[in-house]
Design a protein around this ligand. Structure first.
Ligand code: NAI
Length: 343
């Protein structure tokens, strides 16, 4: 089993090599992202392994199919960058549905605490021997209301942490869990009543710009918005408006709507073309990390192991439990997807 790994970063390689050696999968690493211009690199491989910003559109899938590539193995949970419908009948798609929800939930909290206790400012100050506390007054989480949108694996891990801080939980999910141990409310209540809002739902047509111009008038003044899910859940221009008008008190972003050519790369020697991102980064109350929430030793090992298992299982059995079913995309609740009967 020969798999071409696209958009490889140095930190991807050790865990994938280890898992590949254990399971008999040969991973070959390419720095290029998969797209129409680079699909040719996959010629002669049984499958491709891709990440969040590879563009696996219909043309790319047709090209892969024409070259005899049978599998697209996502080494991530989200799959909004793969046209799963276009893959139907041509190329099978597998993903890593869960690796470490704690990696992302803990990062969301790290961003939140950094923001509200001004740690980013204090860090820079003390390194410059400036020990003044002026402007560093924060606020406490205990007793505050946190609205969690999306209560899957990561959302629930986030809620567990928030409970530990003594926060009041409000949750919204299109498919609420039974016996959740926290109250579900409608989206408007979350927007109106939350001191902190954290996004943990997938990006779909329905959730695109979930936080946008229409949400701004509903938000509680000074709300802290955390997005560790997918950039386009938030309309970046509306976010900027919300911050400028002081409605949004702070934003903690691990993802950004137009991140694909910027995040994961060192563009420090270039002129920033994205004016909205540049303006957001200039705000003292905006913290941006570069889609880093997943990046723990534990998560990288789990991702590599599941990816190698997905490959082995698919080429051995012709199906994989982690296959994405184009009919509904819900691997947990769809029987045909679970049985690998999607195509
Ligand atoms: P999950 O599938 O366990 O949970 C997603 C939840 O969102 C489900 O409960 C689902 O019912 C809910 N949902 C679906 N449509 C919705 C809607 N229209 N409105 C409200 N809720 C809706 O997924 P998991 O593992 O918790 O991951 C959540 C997201 O986190 C992923 O979709 C991915 O985009 C993002 N992610 C980000 C990472 C990072 O490094 N920043 C790493 C891993 C995931």
């Amino acid at each position: 089993m020969r798999i071409a790994v696209f958009d490889t970063k140095n930190y991807d390689i050790p865990a994938l090599e280890r898992a590949g050696k254990e399971k008999g999968v040969e991973f070959r690493f390419f720095e290029a992202k998969l797209g129409e211009d680079t699909a040719e690199l996959a010629r002669g491989y049984d499958g491709v392994c891709v990440f969040v910003n590879d563009d696996v559109n219909e043309k790319v899938l047709d090209k892969l199919h024409e070259m005899g590539v049978k599998l697209v193995a996502l080494r991530c949970a989200g799959y909004n960058n793969v046209d799963v419908r276009a893959a139907y009948g041509k190329v099978h798609v597998v993903h890593v549905p869960a690796y470490s929800p704690h990696a992302v939930a803990e990062h969301a909290f790290a961003l939140l605490l950094t923001s509200i206790r001004r740690i980013h400012k204090a860090y820079n100050r003390t390194r410059d021997f400036n020990f003044s506390l002026a402007g560093l007054t924060g606020f406490e989480l205990h007793g505050k209301t946190v609205g969690v949108i999306g209560t899957g694996r990561i959302g629930r891990a986030f809620i567990d942490i928030a409970k530990g801080f003594g926060m009041k939980i409000l949750a919204y999910d299109k498919f609420p869990a039974k016996d959740a141990g926290f109250p579900y409310v409608d989206l408007e209540t979350i927007l109106r009543e939350s001191d902190v809002i954290s996004l943990h739902c997938p990006l779909t047509e329905e959730t695109r710009h979930l936080i946008g111009k229409d949400s701004l008038p509903l938000l509680k003044k000074g709300v802290v918005l955390i997005n560790t899910s997918r950039g386009a859940l938030v309309d970046a221009e509306a976010l900027l408006e919300g911050i400028k008008s002081r409605v949004i008190g702070a934003a903690c972003l691990d993802v950004y709507e137009e991140e694909s050519d910027i995040f994961f790369e060192d563009v420090s020697g270039h002129i920033m073309e994205d004016d909205v991102l540049a303006r957001l980064l200039s705000m003292p109350n905006v913290i941006v990390t570069s889609h880093q929430a997943f990046l723990t030793e534990e998560a990288l090992s789990a991702i590599a192991e599941t990816t190698a298992e997905n490959v082995v299982e698919f080429f051995r059995d012709g199906v994989s439990k982690n296959e994405l079913c184009y009919h509904c995309g819900k691997i947990d609740s769809c029987r045909s997807a679970r049985l690998g009967k999607c195509f």
